[in-house]
Ligand binder design. Structure first.
Ligand SMILES: [Zn+2]
Length: 260
């Protein structure tokens, strides 16, 4: 089985004790590539160190809406500078994690929208895909993406919307990321959306160390869980796990322009 974890945070301290062992184990499990997604300017260098030190890892830089209080105006020009620095580097693959989180009341929507729009414009300028966090904000995210007319689209990470919202993203060329959240028995609505989606629009992810699958409740999630998550989602979807892994990996490879 050949798998790609399209969204993880292997640079987080949760992996400081065993990062190299986790990555080596992933390779033996067939998790060949992992995208490490940025959250704050302060941690971009930690992320890039992680990505540079290990084969199969790719990086994205961005300012996550969850950390709104930490971001400064100067982080936007800093993002442009960071992307310019690694512009032609094969391990730089996207702008992310960016987006809107309207679930958390303390995050000012106006500020979030401003930050998100600026980063989408930067992704367009650098001809990079975007990796998007969207909670209770699919209509607003879709509207912003429509205006931006990105040439390479991206991934809606941990998609949790309706079938109709999924179709809007698919029309814009986006992939929808699925992972641990869909393995919970109570996630029946999400599972029924997954079943109806075209296979060409699905990407697999873990969001590790967060969003553990049902069988790891309360524990650290890891890209090592991707084969089991793939098996679980393939059963829901009605494909063999090998076919599900192969097709979803091809989707991600195509988005990022990876030939092998
Ligand atoms: Zn994330």
């Amino acid at each position: 089985m050949r798998l790609i974890d399209s969204h993880c945070h292997l640079d987080f301290p949760a992996f400081d004790q065993d990062r190299a062992a986790v990555i080596a184990h992933c390779q033996t499990l067939g998790v060949e590539k992992m995208i490490v997604v940025g959250v704050t300017r302060q941690h971009w260098s930690r992320l890039w160190d992680t990505v540079s030190n290990h084969d199969g890892l790719y990086g994205a830089f961005g300012l996550h809406p969850y950390f709104l209080a930490e971001h400064q105006d100067s982080d936007i020009p800093a993002l442009v500078e960071q992307l310019s620095l690694y512009r032609d580097h094969p391990k730089l693959c996207a702008v992310g994690e960016i987006g809107l989180d309207f679930l958390l009341q303390e995050l000012d929507p106006k500020q979030q929208i401003h930050l998100f729009e600026q980063q989408v414009a930067i992704a367009a300028e650098f001809n990079l895909p975007v990796i998007i966090h969207s909670r209770r904000a699919n209509a607003q995210v879709t509207a912003i993406l429509k205006k931006a007319k990105l040439s390479r689209a991206g991934i809606i990470h941990a998609f949790s919307g309706s079938y109709e919202e999924a179709l809007e993203y698919i029309k814009l060329g986006f992939l929808l990321g699925f992972g641990g959240a869909a393995t919970w028995p109570r996630a029946t609505r999400l599972q029924s959306v997954l079943k109806r989606l075209p296979i060409a629009s699905i990407a697999l992810e873990t969001d590790s160390p967060d969003m553990p699958p049902e069988w790891l409740a309360g524990q650290r999630n890891s890209p090592e869980q991707l084969p089991s998550i793939c098996q679980y989602l393939a059963d829901i979807y009605g494909l063999s796990s090998t076919a599900f892994a192969a097709q979803t990996s091809t989707n991600v490879q195509r988005l990022f322009g990876w030939t092998v």
